[in-house]
Design a binder for this molecule. Structure first.
Ligand code: HAM
Length: 426
């Protein structure tokens, strides 16, 4: 059907345009470097997984599985889902390839995730996560390491002002006892709960701790606390983690109401937030998930990790560091006339061979026009070849920013002249 309306992108799924991509590349380079510094290795898993994977890991009663997944049936009749997160995929791949059998793994990944949420600033339907997963370690030492990876990433990006909150959800037994106590307490005050919390009361009362409703929060002030239900060993582990964080100067606060929206967490949980991005302030979150490997068909393997929302992280980098990352070619090559164009094409290739970023004038035009293009593309220097200079094998070098004067140099001196000027302007 013909229509004169432009085809638009899918709501909540963004294009990343030149000018934005430079920030992404900078952040991606930093997260690669930091992961490597701690011995984490990259894993790449498919964007599409069997739907069952997420039902069995994230949990049937979570918002993600209940209402946010992009699920479809393929031509074979299999139910498939665009991954809403990648922890489950890492565990699936680990089990499938025997990576978790008598081995430990430090893994990292980056890539698009999909959740059918209501889009707003900082919340998208296709978004990107950087994540790390440490599989095979049970102790607080690895938990402290994971936090240190995050802290180093913020530092390497020059990000300031993130708040780290930590909590422990305890063992499954402790949590089950606490769940009963919390449900009993809240059931006595059911009318004071917000509608969402009332819905969660029977099946998932711990998620009520997360409620943003002031009435519900007031009620929670007097509710039993999870820490009363923890075993001694769980208290000791959480204490040790705090000592380890303090030893490497990582600031944090304990928030006993911090719970997570995915069911697989079993002990330590945490979240870095900022108040600089409005409502969507969660930058990075994670925790321990000791039951998941077994739940997905593997052995019993302790594990912990986090995922960081790149759109939010990059928004913060842009906000705090300004727009200084635009990549422009360093040299613009202007050519006037057919002989000059041949000469310019050769000179451009030679400069590129030597590692200089060069943009050629394409589409001809007089000198004024070509110099306007040079200016618009952000180059530092224009090299001008006209019929006269082409015949004498000399070229003109014109600085486009700052003070310098236009000079004329021989072809052999061009590379040196360019280098000298670019060094000066750095
Ligand atoms: P999550 O809390 O669901 O955890 O997501 C982690 C981060 O992804 C959030 O803190 C946020 O920055 C970003 N994020 C989530 N949803 C959106 C969205 N719709 N738009 C933009 N950003 C979003 C997980 O996904 C777990 N897999 C983390 C983990 C790894 N736990 C252990 N290992």
């Amino acid at each position: 059907m013909a229509s004169d309306k432009n085809v638009q992108s899918v709501r909540g799924m963004n294009d990343l345009l030149p000018g934005q991509v430079e920030y992404w590349q900078r952040v991606e380079a930093a997260l690669r470097e930091v992961s490597q510094r701690y011995g984490y290795r990259e894993i790449r898993t498919p964007v599409v997984e069997r739907t069952e994977l997420f039902h069995r890991s994230i949990g049937e009663q979570t918002d993600i599985v209940e209402k946010e997944m992009y699920t479809f049936t393929d031509n074979n009749g299999d139910s498939l889902t665009l991954r809403p997160e990648a922890t489950a995929s890492c565990v699936r791949a680990g089990n499938e390839h025997g990576l978790l059998y008598n081995q430990t793994q430090r893994l990292w990944y980056v890539g698009p995730m999909f959740r059918h949420e209501r889009p707003q600033k900082g919340r998208y339907r296709q978004f990107h996560q950087f994540g790390i997963e440490a599989l095979g370690w049970a102790g607080p030492d690895i938990e402290a390491e994971i936090i240190a990876v995050g802290e180093r990433l913020w530092r390497s990006l020059g990000i300031e002002g993130l708040n780290l909150e930590i909590n422990t959800l305890g063992s499954a037994t402790a949590r089950a006892r606490y769940r009963d106590a919390l449900r009993a307490y809240l059931s006595d005050h059911v009318d004071a709960l917000d509608a969402d919390s009332q819905r969660r009361l029977e099946r998932n009362p711990l998620r009520i701790l997360d409620s943003k409703d002031p009435g519900t929060q007031a009620l929670l002030n007097d509710a039993p606390s999870l820490s009363e239900f923890l075993e001694d060993a769980e208290h000791a582990g959480f204490e040790r983690l705090q000592q380890l964080l303090a030893a490497v100067n990582i600031g944090f606060s304990v928030n006993t109401h911090l719970v997570r929206g995915l069911d697989y967490y079993t002990g330590f949980v945490f979240e870095w937030t900022t108040d600089q991005l409005g409502a969507q302030g969660a930058i990075c979150a994670g925790g321990r998930y000791d039951g998941l490997v077994e739940q997905l068909g593997g052995h019993s393997v302790p594990a912990a990790g986090f995922a960081c929302g790149l759109e939010r992280l990059i928004e913060l980098v842009t906000l705090q560091q300004g727009k200084t990352l635009i990549q422009s070619p360093r040299v613009f090559l202007a050519a006037l006339g057919e002989t000059a164009e041949l000469e310019a094409a050769q000179r451009a290739e030679r400069l590129r061979d030597a590692g200089v970023d060069v943009q050629m004038n394409c589409g001809q035009g007089n000198l004024k026009r070509q110099l306007r293009r040079a200016d618009n593309c952000g180059a530092d220097l224009a090299v001008i070849i006209d019929e006269e200079t082409a015949n004498t094998s000399a070229v003109k070098v014109k600085p486009l920013r700052g003070q310098g004067e236009q000079t004329s140099v021989s072809g052999e001196q061009l590379f040196e002249a360019v280098q000298t000027y670019l060094k000066k302007s750095d």
